[in-house]
Design a protein around this ligand. Sequence first.
Ligand SMILES: [Zn+2]
Length: 395
Amino acid sequence: MSHLEVKAIRPGRPCALSAPREAPTIGLVELTIGKTPVRIRPAFFVVAALMGSGRTDLGLLAVWIAASFLSVLFHEMGHATVGRAFGYTPSVELNERGGVTSFPGAAASLTGLRDIAVSLAGPFAGFLLAGAIHLATLAYDPERLGLHASAFVNDMLWCNVGWGVVNLLPIVPLDGGQVAESLLRMVRPASAKTMASVLSVSTAAALGAWALWRGWTFGALYAGWFAAPSVQALWRARMERGAAADLAMARDALAQGDATAAAEHAHRRFAQARGSLARTVLLDLLAEDPKTETQLATALFHAGHFEDSAATSEHLFERTANPDEAYNVACAFSRLGRVEEAVAWLGRAESAGYQDLAHLEADEDLAPLRAHAGYAELVARLGAPRAGTTSRDGH
Ligand SMILES: [Zn+2]
C-alpha cells in the first residue's frame, strides 16, 4: 500500500477555508473610545456618500455623512457600553454594512436577557440621543445657525430614529433579529436558529411585498438583501443535516471495519456538494472529527474516489501542515492523471518536511509523474545531502 496512512494530527495552522478573510487595511482608522477599540473602514464613508448622493450641495452631503457616522458610532457604543457593564469585552467596527459590535470570546456565553439587553441598547441609545437633540431644538432653534446646522439636526434625528426602528425589525442579523433569536432560544433552544431564520425571511418578504405594492422597487430589493443571510443560513442548515447523516453512516461503517461502505457514504455526500459553499459545509463538518476525516481520505482513495480523497487530504493539510497529507493529495492527483497538480503537491509535501525518497520512488501511484521534469528535480533534491547537515565553507 503506497497511500500513506496518516496517524498523528498535528494541531496548528488555522483552516484557510473556514477562517474569515481579512478585509484590506488601506485607509483603516483604529481608535479607542473609553476602553473599546473602534475600527473604521473607508468603505463606511463610501456607502454613506452613496446613500446621500441625491444631495447636489457638497456641504449638505458632508453634513449627511457626518450625521450617519456619528449616529452609527453612537448606536454601536450603546451595544458596547451595555455589553461592558455585563463584563464582556466589546470591539466596534464601522464598515460597508454599517456598524457591528462584537464580543470576542464571549459571544457564546452571551445568552438570555443579557443578550437581549445588549441588542436593544443600540437602537435605544439612538432614541435617547434623538430625544436629547429634539429637546435641545426646543430650547434653541437650529435654523438660527443656518442651513447646514438645521440639516445636521434633521439628519441626526432621521438616522437615530429611522435606523433604530429598522434595526428593531425581527430580521437576523439586525438587532431585532438577535432579540427574536434570543427569545426563541429561551423557549426552544434546539430550533431557535432555524425559527429565527424563518421569521427573518417572512418579515423581509412581507416588507418586500409591501414595498412593491407601494411601487418602491428599491425598497423591495433592499428587503431581498435583508433576507439573503437568513435564506443562506436555512440552506446551510439543510446541507449540514444531510451531510451529518451521511457522515454518521460512514463513521458507523468505519467502526464495523467496512472502509468500502464508508467511502461510498462519503462519496455520495461529495457528489451532492458540488457548489463551493456546499463543499465548505461538508469539509467543515468532516473537520470536526479529524480521526474519521483521515480514515475517510484513505478509504476514498482505495475506493477510487480520487477527487474526494484529494479534497479531504487537502483540507487536512491546510489545518495540520502534515507533509504526508500533501503527499496523499499528490497521489490522488497522479491517479487522476493531473500531473502538474500532483507534482506541485509533492513540492508542498517537500516544503512541509517530506523526506522519504525510497517510498516516493517505489510508489506506483506516482508512476504517471516519473517523466515529469519537476519530479526528477524533486528526486534529485531529496537524494542530495541536505543543506545544513553537510555544511562546507564556500569556495
Ligand atoms: Zn445594533
